[in-house]
Design a binder for this molecule. Structure first.
Ligand code: MG
Ligand code: MG
Length: 629
């Protein structure tokens, strides 16, 4: 599989881009003329720099407004093309992209365009160069790859071929199966991009909102399946114009790009087994049956504070690590690990972020397979030295420098709690349980610009889907929220992207120096019984404004007695087509972290309409920013 990315897709100085692209594992780059014009090296030096990074120039682009022009423009265009051919020779690339003409002067006519390309093909052949033709979705006469192909076919010249770009085809909703009748060897390069579905001007949409395959809503996989069926085996090249990416980290965006292509081709490989593009063999996306544990990194004082809070929430300490300063607290199927180690990764995380939920374990069908797939997709392996009697649990680096572990039931990993932890005699009263059964969801907060990275991270590795983005209204701004979940809801991760530091989510990122888990929601089968048990444990739930309950009563037509009970226990309510949702919150622990307790009666969402009330209350409880703890 030969992969390439357009230099305009990422930010940075030219050389910085090259190193990021090379490190992410790409084979080539598309050079945009402007990239190059703004740079102070000669074409030959640029070509050499590219090769020094182990990369190839897969394509030089764009050459605009070429075909179907009247004189004197036509002759001038051929002169212009010759000049660019000189440049290409110096750069060391043999392929030029011509995009369909947008000039009001152009005349149209398939045969006229074909004749122009045949003549250009003759000139290119003399220099051993090739020219590919791409239909822009907003081309004046040609805006459909089927018409572009007809021009290439009639030009009938070996040095003239077709360029297909998923954005242009899918944005115009052209049937991708029309690609299947094009010979693979007449396709000179395939450009790939996805985009969120937004109704807007095609040109503006394309120039600002493209994203990596799998990050948007277009049928890029179906497009690529059709390409694979043609026998095409050349470059898969990302051409992504995205304002956010152009301001983002070149390393991260390059890694996302490479990941998106590996993920895309892994999906295509499974339905087009005869395709000629070689793709690394890897296990399929892991089926996740739940969150096996969440681990907190703490110090002495905040560790005590956390354990006290968890005891009130009905958790019991059931195990002590055989060699480390680590304890296990449990309720129902929920395992919480409290790590007070003064060395290792947990401690490093504690020193940087303060007490935080820095790691979690996923129960998957095959832990070793999940780990292998993650590494194929470019995830960073995580390992630290294990002591005698400890197990090496397969793990990778996750969101914001956290850790994701993989456990399964079929290997010795199933016994991890017994192997690594010494069971504790009951030191705490066992009747403090409040009926929490399992983790309903983890909520991770990140910078808005990184949300696509994390959505792709989860969806490419785990058999999950993402829900549409919703806006959470914080009194200080908007937080964008999107969910990664399995069909059966056994894994639910909400990702909240903060655009500014005044929102609760933004403040969490600023105060904890990075993204991470901001809340954990536990499930109960009976939230009113849980609330009662919590109260007898001395739990103080987050107080919700009485105005909320007046509103919710009339909004949903709820029985006044029910609303009275909700109000007494600060239980929020939401409803969707599938059912009802009840939720209550703890006050914040540390710098904006909190727990949530939910009861789902068939409901599929996350109570987004209630977030504004929850955020307002949490903000009232938070210490003023900047005051030392
Ligand atoms: Mg293109
Ligand atoms: Mg929640």
């Amino acid at each position: 599989m030969k992969t390439s990315i357009a230099t305009v897709s990422i930010s940075g100085e030219f050389e910085e881009k090259l190193s990021a692209i090379a490190r992410a594992g790409f084979d080539g780059i598309e050079i945009f003329e402007n990239d190059f014009l703004a740079f102070d090296r000669s074409p030959a030096e640029v070509g050499q720099m590219v090769r020094d990074h182990g990369l190839t120039v897969s394509l030089f682009q764009p050459f605009r407004d070429f075909e179907g022009m009247p004189e004197p423009f036509r002759s001038r265009n051929f002169d212009r093309a010759e000049r660019k051919f000189d440049l290409m020779a110096e750069l060391g690339t043999d392929l030029m992209l011509i995009c369909s003409n947008t000039s009001p002067v152009s005349l149209g006519g398939i045969d006229r365009a074909a004749a122009d390309f045949r003549e250009l093909g003759e000139r290119a052949a003399k220099r051993g160069l090739r020219v590919g033709y791409e239909a822009l979705a907003w081309g004046r006469h040609i805006h459909d790859h089927r018409d572009a192909w007809e021009i290439v076919r009639r030009a009938d010249h070996p040095n003239i071929g077709l360029i297909l770009d998923s954005f242009h085809t899918l944005a115009r909703k052209i049937d991708v199966n029309s690609i299947r009748s094009i010979p693979g060897d007449r396709i000179f390069i395939v450009q790939l991009a996805d985009a969120p579905l937004i109704e807007m001007d095609l040109l503006y949409w394309s120039r600002h909102f493209r994203n990596m395959p799998g990050e948007g809503d277009l049928a890029v996989t179906a497009f690529m399946q059709a390409i694979a069926a043609t026998g095409y085996d050349g470059y898969l090249s990302l051409e992504i114009f995205n304002d956010q990416f152009r301001g983002g980290s070149p390393e991260a965006i390059s890694r996302d790009g490479r990941r998106s292509l590996v993920y895309l081709m892994d999906q295509v490989r499974r339905v087009e087994p005869d395709m000629r593009i070689p793709v690394p063999d890897m296990p399929s996306r892991s089926a996740v049956s739940g969150i096996a544990f969440v681990e907190f990194a703490v110090g002495d004082d905040d560790g005590r504070e956390l354990e006290a809070l968890l005891q009130i929430l009905g958790f019991r300490t059931v195990g002590r690590h055989r060699t480390k300063s680590v304890t296990l607290m449990r309720q129902g199927e929920i395992n919480l690990v409290i790590n007070r180690e003064e060395k290792g990764f947990a401690n490093a995380s504690y020193l940087v972020h303060g007490a935080n939920a820095y790691a979690f374990g996923l129960m998957v069908d095959d832990a070793a397979g999940a780990h292998a797939r993650a590494l194929q997709l470019g995830s960073e392996d995580f390992r630290q030295a294990v002591g005698p009697g400890e197990m090496q649990v397969p793990a990778i680096r996750g969101v914001g420098g956290g850790i994701v572990y993989f456990l399964d039931e079929k290997s010795s990993l199933a016994n991890i709690w017994d192997v690594e932890f010494e069971p504790l005699a009951e030191t705490e009263p066992s009747d403090r349980t409040v009926g929490l059964t399992r983790i309903d969801h983890l909520a991770q907060t990140t910078r808005y610009e990184e949300m696509l990275t994390w959505l792709l991270f989860y969806t490419s590795q785990l058999a999950t889907r993402k829900t549409p983005m919703v806006d959470i209204i914080d009194p200080a701004g908007v937080v964008r929220s999107q969910v990664v979940e399995t069909d059966d809801g056994r894994l639910r991760i909400t990702l909240n992207g903060a655009e500014n530091r005044n929102t609760l989510a933004g403040r969490f990122i600023a105060e904890t120096f990075g993204s991470g888990i901001q809340h954990i929601a536990f499930e109960t089968d009976d939230i009113f019984a849980t609330a009662e048990a919590l109260a007898s444990n001395g739990f103080k739930s987050l107080v919700i404004s009485p105005n909320y309950f007046d509103d919710v009563e009339v909004r949903f037509g709820l029985a006044p007695e029910l609303v009275e009970r909700m109000k007494a226990a600060n239980i929020l309510y939401d409803r969707d087509d599938a059912g009802e949702y009840f939720q209550l919150y703890s006050p914040t622990y540390g710098e904006g972290f909190f727990f949530e307790i939910v009861e789902r009666r068939g409901y599929a969402g996350y109570g987004a309409p209630n977030a504004i009330f929850r955020i307002a209350s949490l903000k009232r409880h938070l210490r003023p920013s900047g005051v030392p703890r």
